[in-house]
Design a protein around this ligand. Structure first.
Ligand SMILES: C[S@@+](CC[C@H](N)C(=O)[O-])C[C@H]1O[C@@H](n2cnc3c(N)ncnc32)[C@H](O)[C@@H]1O
Length: 388
């Protein structure tokens, strides 16, 4: 067990309820749970994710299926918070937000249709959170980001966003966008963008937003954590088998001259150094080539879904002038998301890596919940959302 990592739920002084959409293995719920939220409903379409969710959250009602098929009747009571780690592709295509066109486009609109259904019954959540890749800020020239924010402002929410990199908490570089909307609750905010989570690209995206969204915008404020004191080597499982020499050499043959030189320098020092490597396809002089990219800064690169065997994460162990390599394990991937070892992973390593590669880093969720959602909800009138 990695020191400081726990999946245990904190005792809440005020019981707060959450629904988790696009829930995957339920990591948003783990982070929220540490801040006293109780997940009352979760949803995901994928069978492997649903099985992993059930294995770890037996007490949570899981609706396995398409978010478009959910109805307000399936949502118990008035949830305080709804979390959606939605795949937001083509969000702006759903400009009409109705009919077949919307069904085919971003699943976000399926989630939002449900929020509108709850609103019609006076059961809208006071806090809505959308987690997505940072590319949402610029996809379709910013129209996707504007469409999501505009929907929330039109429904009477104040909206703001934070770009948070899990690397501030964990040894993994994982920048993600969190769009937070509040109605009948007001989280801590600043008048001007500031601090590590209002990044230049977020500020630029905000500048492109339509005036009606800017009028409903808040620069939510969350304190940065104390300096991270955990690095990749502290999260590795001891004694896992390494590749045969020829497999390692075949992988090292994919290094660019720059990365090879870096490795040679480390090997020449004879020191013990742990590194991370990621195999990916790069375009070099107009040609697609496989590359192995190394880093020795104590961080793993952003975990991704292993697709078609081409993108994989490896661990490098350099010692006495020699290098050994192996795959990153599913358990190590879980640790890199801030998940404690009592979390039950799928027995297949590739399923475990997919589960974690798609997930949200739990300490980031916890920081948002403690720094923003909890204070907002604690100060708010419980009837506020319905009345807004
Ligand atoms: C980025 S992942 C979110 C993972 C989750 N936050 C976690 O921590 O594990 C997006 C999830 O959305 C699910 N999904 C995609 N389309 C969906 C749909 N139409 N309805 C419900 N779930 C969907 C996928 O199966 C995937 O698990």
């Amino acid at each position: 067990m990695v020191p400081g990592m726990t999946n245990r739920v904190a005792a809440a002084s005020v019981p707060l309820t959450a629904c988790e959409f696009f829930a995957g293995g339920g990591l948003a719920g783990l982070g929220l749970g540490r801040a006293g939220f109780r997940t009352v409903l979760a949803n995901d379409i994928d069978a492997m994710k649903a099985a992993a969710f059930r294995a770890n959250h037996a007490d949570v009602s899981l609706a396995h299926g398409d978010v478009w098929d959910l109805t307000p009747a399936q949502v118990p009571g008035t949830p305080d918070l709804c979390w959606a780690s939605s795949p937001c592709q083509d969000v702006s295509l759903a400009g009409a937000r109705g009919g077949l066109k919307a069904v085919r486009s971003g699943a976000f609109w399926g989630f939002w249709k449900l929020m509108q259904g709850l609103d019609a019954e006076g059961r809208a959540p006071r806090v809505v959170v959308i987690e997505n890749v940072v590319g949402l800020l610029t996809s379709d020239e910013g129209r996707d980001f504007a469409a999501v924010c505009a929907a929330m402002v039109e429904a009477g929410y104040r909206v703001g966003a934070l770009e948070m990199d899990a690397a501030l908490w964990l040894p993994q570089s994982r920048p993600r966008l969190f769009i937070v909307a509040m109605r009948g609750a007001e989280g801590p905010a600043v008048l001007e963008p500031t601090g590590p989570f209002h990044t230049p690209r977020l500020i630029a995206a905000h500048a492109r937003l339509p005036e009606m969204v800017k009028a409903g915008w808040s620069w939510w404020s969350v304190a940065a954590p104390a300096r991270r004191n955990l690095d990749l080597s502290a999260l590795l499982e001891p004694g896992l088998p390494v590749f045969e020499t020829d497999q390692t050499e075949a992988l090292l043959a994919l290094l660019s001259p720059l990365h090879r030189a870096r490795l040679e320098t480390i090997l020449a020092s004879g020191e013990r150094r742990i590194g991370a490597a990621f195999r990916r396809v790069r375009t070099v002089r107009g040609r697609k080539v496989q590359r192995l990219e190394l880093r020795f800064d104590g961080l793993a690169g952003c975990l991704r879904t292993p697709s078609g065997g081409s993108s994989r994460q490896y661990v490098l162990i350099c010692e006495d002038g020699r290098v050994a390599m192996r795959r990153l394990s599913g358990r190590e991937a879980a640790r890199l998301m801030g998940v404690a070892d009592d979390y039950r992973l799928p027995s297949s390593e590739s399923a475990a890596l997919k589960l974690m590669g798609d997930a949200v880093a739990t300490p980031v969720v916890e920081a948002l919940a403690l720094g923003l959602f909890q204070p907002a909800l604690a100060a708010a009138d419980p009837e506020g959302a319905a009345a807004a």
